[in-house]
Design a binder for this molecule. Sequence first.
Ligand SMILES: Nc1nc2c(c(=O)[nH]1)N(C=O)[C@@H](CNc1ccc(C(=O)N[C@@H](CCC(=O)O)C(=O)O)cc1)CN2
Ligand SMILES: Nc1ncnc2c1ncn2[C@@H]1O[C@H](COP(=O)(O)OP(=O)(O)OP(=O)(O)O)[C@@H](O)[C@H]1O
Length: 182
Amino acid sequence: MQSKESLRTQLITQEKVLRGTDFSREDLASCNALLSSTLYTDADWVFAYYPITSEVDIKAVLHDAIAHKHLALPVSEMDGTMTFREVTRLDQLHRGSLGITEPREGNTVVPTARTLILVPGVAFSMQKDRIGRGKGYYDRYLQKHREAFTLGICRSHQIIKKIPTDQWDIQVNALLCGGAFF
Ligand SMILES: Nc1nc2c(c(=O)[nH]1)N(C=O)[C@@H](CNc1ccc(C(=O)N[C@@H](CCC(=O)O)C(=O)O)cc1)CN2
Ligand SMILES: Nc1ncnc2c1ncn2[C@@H]1O[C@H](COP(=O)(O)OP(=O)(O)OP(=O)(O)O)[C@@H](O)[C@H]1O
């Protein structure tokens, strides 16, 4: 089996090749599927991510969550930990050190059983394994916060057959891809 590191390198090269591709239809299908699901309607808090170009554009979900629920976005710290802060408007975010748009202020919040965590990734498998950007932020965070439901979100080309796993890897509970749940 290909190592996780070489898979990640290959997938990030693919991200660059696909940079000009228009994924808006596929991304909107996923947003709409999510917004009308009970996973979403039953949640009181949504812990989401602010998308970069290679990730499913969930900004429609971010706006809906601000209007109808509570939204939190991740802040990555230099020591490898990640926290989530409450966000009430998207025009007060800033570009953090890793090139990710993140909240500058806002209360730090922790997930409960009614929190839906939307997990980005470089790739996922149908076994719900995940490859992230290689810094272990989500693995460390999800290990400590087991009570929330985790939903991986990706585009069709980000589904791969088999992902080699390490003992620290945390699977997601479900996957949303191209407008369908798995
Ligand atoms: N949207 C999003 N937010 C997230 C994550 C993520 O995967 N996606 N993270 C999940 O862990 C954390 C941040 N982790 C990161 C780990 C590595 C790189 C990284 O390698 N960045 C590139 C530049 C990316 C770009 O600008 O396109 C770099 O620094 O070279 C970025 C974020 C928390 N927030
Ligand atoms: N629970 C943990 N405790 C300590 N270190 C961890 C933990 N989880 C992952 N790591 C470390 O993080 C590094 C990256 O792990 P991995 O390659 O699985 O990242 P990833 O899941 O792709 O990234 P991310 O979660 O940031 O998107 C590894 O070197 C690993 O040792």
